[in-house]
Design a protein around this ligand. Sequence first.
Ligand code: SAH
Length: 249
Amino acid sequence: MKTAIMSAMYEELNRITKQMNISRKTKIGNRTYYEGEFCGQEVVVVFSHWGKVAAALTATTLITRFGVEKIIFTGVAGGISPDLRIGDIVVSRNLYQHDMDSSPIFPRYEIPLLKNNHIETPETEIDKAFNIIKDFINEDFSRNFPAEELERFHITKPQVIVGDIASGDEFVSETSGTRQRIINDLPTVLCVEMEGAAVAQVCHDFDIPFVVIRIISDSANDDAHIDFPRFIENIASIYSEKIVEKLLF
Ligand code: SAH
């Protein structure tokens, strides 16, 4: 099965592009698509840039130009559930677009003409991701990371949770406003990011399985931690590499 590995940021995937067997690099629409083999599987790796439009463009190209049969999205997200800490992992169930609002024509959050306000992740993809991530966490998790980096971000034993994710074209960083509205209106949402629901909608329309896996990088509030590039480079990119490796095997 030809699988796409997609992230919003280059740094999240550079460990994978460095290790994979690259057979071809193609530039389309300001993105570079790396085709080749990783862990014995045929893959296309790409970083989409941030936001829903960028993600939708990239997912569409992966499906229509590269013929991928599945999309795995990995990246970071802001946790809004009080149960989530930095370093925890969320596997997507329902994906909402928290900035979708065509009311009064359709109810707020409903995706026009889809008669639904969310897209569901296929159950088999959820189960697979959840189980391999549980193994990743339980099997000597910390040996994969520089000890001082885990300490810096206070990560000891992360948890993996399956749940709802909300995407929108906004970096949510204030306790008031968007964050509070999402908590009120979409109470099952665990974390926020800027791409997942767009990828989900494209996959839904093309009938392609997908899963979104998000590592919590901040709490989508006033004290979103300061050393973001360091978190991506030394923590999130290692999570992505190890999780994708296990998913493909
Ligand atoms: N402000 C940071 C980078 C933002 S990261 C910096 O200083 O570098 C934005 C990316 O991370 C997006 O791709 C989005 O999907 C994800 N993300 C992480 N935390 C988020 C949050 N609180 N709100 C929205 N997106 C978030």
